[in-house]
Design a protein around this ligand. Structure first.
Ligand SMILES: Nc1ncnc2c1ncn2[C@@H]1O[C@H](COP(=O)(O)OP(=O)(O)OP(=O)(O)O)[C@@H](O)[C@H]1O
Length: 269
């Protein structure tokens, strides 16, 4: 089943004055189309400024595109009733890169994870406590961690709390926008393997936005590549991306450092 369909989306940010006239800025997204099937993890790669996060915001309903459509489970997210949009928001969640600014520093982990449950479910105090504790355990933390504040966690642990909040309502799609980029390699690998487990056990679909082709190939089923607002490559088998002859893809591949320092190219020749 198709979870997400982006059709010919074109988007510019705001207007600019030009020779006394006001006109739209050049598009940041130009005719972008992509689909994500149920249970599929699509990596969205591209260099800085390619338009990845903007596409993520368009998909999440946060940035209405000037042209094109976004269908989530067959429904146009920008033309539905308030009720439909509320349900869509429940089924589509996001985890951002900066785990600290994504949470209220005065809320406990339990309150952070419980927030979507407060908004959408009518659970008793006991049920809510049990659900939050189960979610904490599901992401590799302890039930008693629900009483801690954000500053009492490491970056990796706090990102687990953000992930627990994102899965609390059993969504269909999670947009992960550079969600592991600010973590060190060890925490990155732990979070990537957690995302893999959650995908299998909840049947989740992901849009995994990153500039790191290695992280994408560790967690994704397929990979799409953007450059200057356009989708320039898509491989539903992630390993095929390494066979792409497109120069932008070649640049992403050559940005991977060899594991052994002796095999790395010198920075200055
Ligand atoms: N709110 C905004 N207002 C105006 N321009 C914006 C806004 N957000 C992004 N842009 C511009 O849109 C273009 C694409 O930005 P976007 O953040 O989508 O790219 P990206 O591929 O996610 O890059 P990065 O990996 O650096 O986050 C950039 O030129 C950026 O400066």
């Amino acid at each position: 089943m198709r979870v997400l369909q982006v059709k010919e989306v074109t988007h510019s940010y705001g207007r600019r004055k030009w020779l006394g006239r006001s006109e739209l800025r050049p598009p940041v997204l130009s005719g972008v189309s992509l689909t994500i099937e149920s249970g599929f993890c699509l990596g969205l790669l591209g260099t800085s400024g390619a338009g990845k996060s903007t596409l993520g915001k368009v998909i999440l309903g946060l940035e209405k595109p000037q042209e094109g459509q976004v269908l989530f489970q067959g429904q146009d997210i920008y033309n539905g009733s308030t009720q439909v949009r509320r349900e869509l928001r429940r089924d589509m969640q996001v985890v951002f890169q900066d785990c600290y600014s994504a949470v209220n520093p005065r809320m406990t982990a339990g309150q952070i994870i419980g927030e979507p449950l407060d908004n959408y479910e009518r659970l008793s105090v006991q049920e809510q406590k049990r659900t939050v504790e189960n979610l904490l355990e599901r992401v590799g933390l302890k039930p008693e961690d629900r009483n801690k504040l954000p500053h009492q966690f490491s970056g990796g642990q706090l990102q687990r709390i953000n992930i627990a909040r994102a899965i609390a309502l059993k969504p269909k799609l999670i947009v992960l926008d550079e969600s592991v980029s600010s973590l060190d390699m060890v925490h990155q690998m732990h979070i990537l393997s957690l995302l893999g487990e959650l995908k299998s056990s909840f049947g989740l679909s992901y849009l995994f936005i990153t500039h790191d082709i290695r992280a994408a190939s560790a967690v994704c089923d397929g990979i799409a590549v953007m450059e200057q607002g356009k989708l320039i490559e898509r491989c539903d088998d992630k390993d095929r991306i390494f066979e792409s002859a497109h120069p932008a893809v070649q640049r992403l591949i050559s940005s991977i450092l060899p594991e052994h320092p002796a095999d790395r190219l010198p920075l200055h020749e």
